[in-house]
Design a protein around this ligand. Structure first.
Ligand SMILES: [Cu+2]
Length: 455
């Protein structure tokens, strides 16, 4: 995972430097700088909700500025404008992806990223995707959920000839829909090598109510045996579970301001369905892979089943401060390495005495960058209790190994119980939120206070 790229992306996304600026430019206005846009967003928040944007609605008619979606741990695909067409360059290629501090896999993806970088457009825009195949075999791109002409549909032999290694192919279409879509290879095994990315079409007119934060998560599962790096794409069970191509606790937490409205878009391109659960809050399902759902269909829930090939969009008002878990609730997706194909290696090697377990963890700590932390206590008679151990020796703290601005201030050993498809939405009061944004923008450096108190 490239920290620099991630931070660049988050700067662009949180402060709107890239997309809002370009949207302005498209309309022939003067280009808005990142900091100006950031101020506009902040002012919009602090007055009445979106007062600045509402004023823009009253003025000359035209599409609303959209709030860019943030895809933690993934970048956006940049674009250029050519005669009113949004032009993207997408390259299919092998990608090495570090999915956990001690696990790097050889996957396939796009533009050096797996899953691929996020494409964001606005409803009504014409897009051109100049696609290049740098894989060792033929491929094509399918625009999942988009109503495009048949020749743009990306199905080998049916709608186009397969794109041979080294070849380019140009897709071009007008996006008349709004919603959460994906792009992916139409080869089943290539999909399981990671060849998928977000394609988000923001609505011409903002959704109501408007969201202050928009986050995206891609759900994937991988079967990678120990000492192997290539996923087994024909496996039926999986030992690595990822959000946006990383496994907990390496997944970057989402940061939201207390009192804001949060949108979470989740897409699934794997073999399993994933019930995604949010702690401490209720949300409503506001959209599917088919676009926005009418408000009359919304009802409270806190777990949304995201089936294969589906998109689910949920929204909630962030009323409660705290670091709230978002995770798949399938028990085996709340961990890694715990599948039958690994049974002799992962489960049955757990030592059931403190001394042996700690020695084992120390050995592990020497080879990978974990802090050596004591696991949760066990009872003196633990070994006489049928069923023991279950979770007793699963905890592996790695706070330092996965440290980033977004993890700042989490309690010590926070990472010990986080595995698989699991992350946090950290809802922060104004002061804390502003400090965090500063920290993210400045690469982890805290804000310098003019009259700092000694501590
Ligand atoms: Cu799951």
């Amino acid at each position: 995972m490239s920290g620099t790229r991630r931070r660049f992306f988050q700067d662009a996304a949180f402060f709107g430097a890239g997309f809002l600026g370009l949207t302005e430019a498209l309309r022939g206005n003067t280009q808005v700088s990142g900091s100006q846009t950031a101020r506009a967003i902040e002012q919009g928040r602090h007055h009445s909700p979106y007062s600045d944007r509402m004023k823009k609605d009253v003025a000359p008619p035209g599409p609303d500025q959209f709030l860019p979606m943030v895809t933690p741990d993934l970048a956006d695909l940049p674009h250029e404008i050519d005669g009113g067409v949004k032009v993207f360059k997408l390259v299919a290629e092998p990608v090495r992806r570090t999915i956990a501090p001690f696990k790097t896999i050889d996957a396939w993806g796009y533009n050096g990223s797996c899953p691929g970088p996020t494409i964001q457009v606005q409803q009504g825009e014409r897009v051109r995707i100049i696609f290049e195949n740098r894989l060792p075999e033929a491929t094509s791109i399918h625009w999942h959920g988009l109503e495009v002409p048949i020749e743009q549909d990306g199905v080998p032999w049916i709608s186009q000839k397969p794109i041979a290694p080294g070849e380019k192919y140009v897709y071009e279409f007008t996006v008349h829909q709004e919603g959460t879509f994906f792009y992916h290879s139409h080869g089943a095994m290539q999909e399981m090598m990671g060849m998928i990315g977000f394609f988000v079409a923001h609505p011409e007119r903002s959704y109501k109510p408007r969201a202050d934060h928009d986050f995206g998560m891609i759900l994937q599962e991988w079967a990678v045996l120990p000492n192997n790096t290539v996923p087994n794409t024909s496996a039926m069970e999986y030992n690595w579970l990822t959000f946006n191509g990383v496994s907990a606790p390496a997944i970057t937490p989402m940061i939201a301001r207390l009192g804001s409205r949060v949108r979470l878009r989740i897409i699934n391109m794997g073999m399993d369905h994933h019930p995604i659960h949010l702690h401490g809050n209720q949300f409503v399902l506001t959209g599917t892979e088919g676009g926005r759902a009418p408000e009359s269909t919304w009802y409270p829930m806190n777990t949304v089943l995201v089936g294969v090939a589906q998109a689910r969009v949920v929204e909630f008002d962030a009323k409660y401060p705290g670091s709230w878990m978002v995770h798949c609730h399938l028990p085996h997706h709340m961990m890694n390495n715990m599948v039958d194909l690994l049974r002799d290696r992962a489960i049955e090697t757990a030592n059931t005495t403190d001394a042996k377990a700690l020695a084992q963890m120390e050995t592990l700590a020497k080879s990978v960058p974990f802090e050596h932390v004591h696991h949760s206590p066990i009872a003196a008679n633990a070994n006489s209790v049928p069923g023991f151990p279950q979770d007793a020796f699963m905890e592996m703290g790695m706070d330092d190994a996965v440290e980033k601005p977004e993890t700042h201030g989490l309690p010590p050993n926070w990472s010990a119980g986080m595995m698989g498809m699991m992350t946090l939405i950290r809802v922060m009061p104004d002061k804390e939120y502003d400090e965090m944004m500063h920290r993210i923008k400045n690469n982890g450096t805290p804000e310098q206070k003019e009259h700092a108190h000694g501590s």
